[in-house]
Design a protein around this ligand. Structure first.
Ligand code: G3P
Length: 225
């Protein structure tokens, strides 16, 4: 994974489901190739293997369970998302919370499988706690700003800076992303200024009429000239 990182979460949006999910991933790949910026996607789980087989950009799972392969109907294992072609997984999104003890198991098992983990959090304190588990990244997202178009990097910069500060103390190897309400390049630039290595976003791209234009706008401040 390269940084700065733009991670696009397709959530359960119909705009990015099935073939439309593949189209969005292809657009992200095109922009990434043309600009050299790392753009990763987290498609819906039902599309994960299909999309991962069709694009060269990093593909993440949106969620995994803490169980090993075996007799666990309806669960998603780390091994399965790896087999599907994912390079890693998000865990503990505010729309799909996972208990801290389960996050611990997932982070440790992911490491042994060579999968990258992005643990989502809601406050600086939870960010610090999750950083202690040693994921590759934490992603601080105040839930009340998700989907609002009001960027965390502008509305709550102190939440981002205190998360960055606490993570430095707890586990300096863990990288920090921020998300919620990120829609334009200015929001990405602000996030990086606050000490993050990138952003996690969804609606700003998925719900945009022109995906390519939306992604290009997002990365405009970080394109190497
Ligand atoms: O996972 C990213 C997400 O929760 C933020 O959503 O729509 O505010 O970019 P959005």
């Amino acid at each position: 994974i390269g940084y700065p990182l733009i991670l696009i979460n397709f959530k359960a949006y119909s705009e990015a489901s099935g073939k439309r999910g593949l189209q969005l991933a292809k657009v992200a790949e095109k922009v990434s190739k043309e600009t050299g910026i790392t753009i990763a996607v987290a498609p819906q789980l039902t599309d994960l293997a299909f999309i991962a087989s069709q694009v060269e950009i990093p593909v993440f799972s949106q969620h995994v369970d803490d169980v090993p392969p075996g007799s666990y109907t309806g669960h998603v294992t780390l091994e399965a998302v790896k087999d599907a072609g994912a390079v890693g997984t998000m865990v503990n999104h505010s729309e799909r919370r996972v208990r801290a003890d389960q996050v611990d198991v997932i982070v440790k098992r992911a490491r042994s499988l060579g999968l990258t983990t992005v643990v989502c959090t809601n406050t600086p304190e939870v960010t610090a706690a999750m950083a202690a588990l040693g994921p590759d990244m934490v992603a601080i997202e105040p839930p009340e700003l998700i989907g609002t178009g009001i960027p965390v990097s502008k509305a709550k910069p102190e939440v981002v800076t205190s998360s960055v500060e606490l993570v430095k103390k707890v586990n300096p190897n863990v990288k920090v992303l921020c998300g919620a309400g990120i829609t334009v390049g200015e929001d990405v630039a602000a996030a990086l200024r606050l000490g993050t290595v990138g952003v996690l976003l969804a609606s700003g791209v998925v719900k945009a009429k022109d995906w390519e234009k939306a992604i290009l706008d997002l990365i405009s401040p970080i394109i190497k000239k």
